[in-house]
Design a protein around this ligand. Structure first.
Ligand code: APR
Length: 254
């Protein structure tokens, strides 16, 4: 990835009066959390159909498989440390250079890196809270994990007996309307839209950058692999977020 492209992108970030960043699972791979669509990603090991909400609610076997895998999975997420990429974005936020961070990730690593929670939209929810699919009762994820570790194979709501699930958006579930509205509003007002670590495969997140482009804003993509918007981006910085974002943030703050 050429330094001219990085310097050009940094100049746009420095001059921007409104910058929105969208992150995906790629920014957390350097924290030890697999992404979804890379060769060694989650969809190479688990069937995405098991994460369709109707199938998940309709099958005890699917839920049993989920909670058995979640023992290791949640340990990985809860023990993960923010990457250099998360840190660089938190520095941009701290310097007031990011109006909004929209993340597709549910790992909470942006908050762990010191990013202001009120500037974060967790579009796909969070892995750190569980919710009852029937009555909506919420409880801390560690509490449910402890029950699974103690032998409760398919944890159920103690209030109504409904199925407990992580408070993350499964396929077939709607995105919280308020969160989506905030993300769309941010993208439409953005002068610069920065995508980090996403294949831009899943809407509505993948459609956000286009809202900035349609209003004449600039698009910068920092990603290890190709995305469908590379040809419309003003800068594509190909590589690892943890290697690109620190110098990019430093140059943008210079
Ligand atoms: N630095 C930069 N990019 C990386 C890195 C890294 N260290 N590691 C992986 N990538 C890139 C990959 O090349 C890939 O293009 O990050 C992208 C991750 O893409 P996906 O695995 O598709 O993850 P994401 O875009 O977040 O998926 C969106 O799909 O399954 C649903 O709900 C799930 O939120 C998820 C959504």
């Amino acid at each position: 990835m050429g330094t001219q492209a990085l310097d050009r992108a940094a100049g746009w970030l420095r001059a921007s009066g409104a910058t929105v960043c969208l992150t995906g699972a790629g920014i957390s791979t350097e924290s030890g959390i697999p992404d979804f669509r890379s060769r060694d990603g989650i969809w190479a090991r688990f069937d995405p159909k098991d994460f369709d909400i109707r199938r998940w609610l309709g099958s005890e076997e699917v839920r049993r498989r989920y909670w058995a895998a979640a023992r290791e999975g949640y340990r990985l997420v809860s023990g993960a440390a923010p990457s250099a990429g998360h840190g660089a974005l938190a520095r941009l936020d701290g310097a007031g250079r990011l109006s909004l961070l929209v993340t597709q990730n549910t790992d909470g690593l942006h908050q762990k890196a010191g990013h202001r929670p009120e500037r974060i939209v967790e579009l796909h929810g969070t892995s750190h809270v569980c919710v009852c699919a029937s009555c909506g009762e919420k409880l801390p994820r560690p509490e449910v994990q402890a029950r699974v570790e103690a032998g409760e194979e398919i944890p159920c709501c103690r209030r109504c007996g409904g199925a407990l699930k992580p408070d993350a958006v499964f396929f077939g579930q709607p995105i919280h309307p308020g969160l989506l509205a905030r993300a769309v509003e941010g993208a439409e007002a953005a002068e610069v839209f920065l995508v980090v670590g996403s294949s831009l495969s899943v809407r509505p997140a993948a459609a956000l950058p286009e809202r900035t482009l349609l209003r004449g804003g600039r698009l910068i993509i920092v990603n290890a692999g190709p995305t469908p918007l590379d040809s419309r981006a003003h800068a594509v910085l190909r590589g690892r977020a943890g290697e690109i974002l620190p110098p990019l943030a430093e140059a943008a703050l210079a």
